[in-house]
Design a protein around this ligand. Structure first.
Ligand code: DQA
Length: 148
């Protein structure tokens, strides 16, 4: 069974209590459940992880090169700062969907640049937890070879 890696960066462990007006009330465990249910529909396996450490995300992206059919990445604030994550993504060949709960383009200017977007297959932002499900739909469709 093909596996999707869903990787979450710094402070996303605080979801539910962290700025709920921006990120919503759902916890990361709620999002994991949503993702597992969505993936099951497509017969996909999920590896769901969170870390506050930049290098850990780099290690997981390297691991994903041989273990994952696709990656969903919410790199949190490292999105806007990390050339190491950019380089790790450049070294991958599987489809990658960048996800953000909020819409960074509608927020502070320092969130408008992403080191991830230019090396991702696509970007989903602003739809809250639903963004993870949309990303799974997108990857499942890509992996099934859909033309539209
Ligand atoms: C975020 C957006 C980032 O700008 C922010 O640093 C986060 C969360 C989101 O999911 O909306 O930590 O990635």
């Amino acid at each position: 069974m093909a596996t999707l890696y869903i990787l979450n960066g710094p402070n996303l462990n605080l979801l539910g209590t962290r700025e709920p007006e921006v990120y919503g009330k759902q916890t990361l465990a709620d999002i994991e459940k949503l993702a597992r249910d969505a993936a099951k529909k497509y017969g996909l396996e999920i590896e769901f992880r969170q870390t506050n450490i930049e290098g850990e995300l780099v290690n997981w992206l390297q691991e994903a090169r041989t273990k994952a059919a696709g990656v969903i990445l919410n790199a949190g604030a490292y999105t806007h700062t990390s050339i190491a994550i950019h380089d790790a993504l450049k070294a991958t060949t599987m489809p990658v969907v960048e996800v953000h709960l909020s819409n960074p383009f509608a927020r502070e200017p320092f969130r408008h640049h992403s080191y991830v977007s230019g090396v991702a297959t696509g970007v989903i932002c602003g739809f809250g937890a639903r963004g993870y499900v949309l990303a799974i739909d997108a990857l499942a469709s890509l992996l099934a070879g859909a033309k539209a």
